[in-house]
Design a protein around this ligand. Sequence first.
Ligand SMILES: Cc1cc2nc3c(=O)[nH]c(=O)nc-3n(C[C@H](O)[C@H](O)[C@H](O)COP(=O)(O)OP(=O)(O)OC[C@H]3O[C@@H](n4cnc5c(N)ncnc54)[C@H](O)[C@@H]3O)c2cc1C
Length: 394
Amino acid sequence: MSIWIKHELCSGCGACVKVCPYAAVEIIDTKACINERCTECGVCLTSCKEKAILTDVTEKTVPDFSDRKGVWVFAEQRDGILNRVTFELLGIGQLLAKELNQELSAIVLGSKIDKLIDPLAEFGAENIYIAIHPSLNDYRTIAYTSVISKLVREYKPNILLIGATHTGRDLAPRLSRRLGVGLTADCTELSIDPEHGDLLQTRPAFGGNLMATIINRYSRPQMATVRPGVMQQIKGKSPNGPRKIIKSVSLSEKEIMTRILEVVKEERQKVNLNEAKVIITGGRGVGSLEGMKKLEALADLLGGEVGGTRVAVEEGWVTVERQIGQTGQTVRPDLYFACGISGAIQHRAGILGSKYIIAINKDPMAPIFQVADWGIVGDIHEVVPLLTEKLQQR
Ligand SMILES: Cc1cc2nc3c(=O)[nH]c(=O)nc-3n(C[C@H](O)[C@H](O)[C@H](O)COP(=O)(O)OP(=O)(O)OC[C@H]3O[C@@H](n4cnc5c(N)ncnc54)[C@H](O)[C@@H]3O)c2cc1C
């Protein structure tokens, strides 16, 4: 235990009991005692007028990170095509790099990556770190972790951003462990602390009931993942063109330990929610598959896509690829219809980038109306067909 009580000094006043958020201090025989619930948070230390609470925990000093420079974006490619999250990360990366007065770089691994250079530069990458090796063509955890961690150790970036894709969710924690640094997953906002220059990493916490901002003060690079569709793409070519840093890597199949025997592409219904200009989403209020058909008719008419809340997915009214929200997709259409949706924070997290939100709900107090640009209080089974009919007549 690194926090203890000197009983000779303790008056048993109970001030420490009151301030402890973990109920880890109790009065036993008129003296304060620390129990096993103590997390060593140190809140009790300042509460004690008698200075009876002691600790050997010294305040951690922030290391000198003046040699850590630059914002890096992991450019995720598959079959020579960059994942769109790469451009979104470059978008936020440009803002962070500008704020820090540092350079923005992309890091790309593979074997046929020449044609990726121009698009990366077009979306703001000033430097492009390129690791070419046939073994890097397809993503494999150990190979990518090994190459990227070596590059990070050599070039010492300040920030490393990775897309929260299937690949990124596998790669980022492995890298953070290998580098011995923290990682904040699924950030919805990234900015720079004006006082210390640290990366402020904001993400939903406690089931989405509050937004937590996490700061990594003691290690570098500051690592964060961001889901596709959260950040904006920003074009911004560096006037000097991209500086290419080509790294030769040596990798043996033996050290990679895994082999790709076959790539089996899952037959999925094509869903383009990320790029849809109009999305009509149904929630519990839709009531049935039949109800969902009414939304599909409106979507067809407007050239849009249909989405669902988690409830609609669980009920089997829409497929899981169409779920919108914290654990589904993040969308940013021009027009978003929320039909029979209460507007839980987990759902709102995925729609706030929409240009206009129209909510239809029979409950005038539904929270969705707080984020809607237009609200229609009514039964969707009446409003949606009426809307479709009126639009057809135009
Ligand atoms: C960790 C976590 C992650 C989650 N991730 C997601 C996520 O990604 N996406 C998501 O959507 N949810 C997610 N959820 C669930 C979320 O908390 C809500 O439970 C869910 O969004 C509610 O869906 P809903 O609005 O369809 O249903 P409800 O909250 O039940 O709302 C139904 C609404 O329909 C209205 N209504 C009913 N009948 C009609 C009618 N005939 N006409 C008009 N209005 C009507 C009601 O007034 C009500 O407002 C998550 C939850 C957790 C804890």
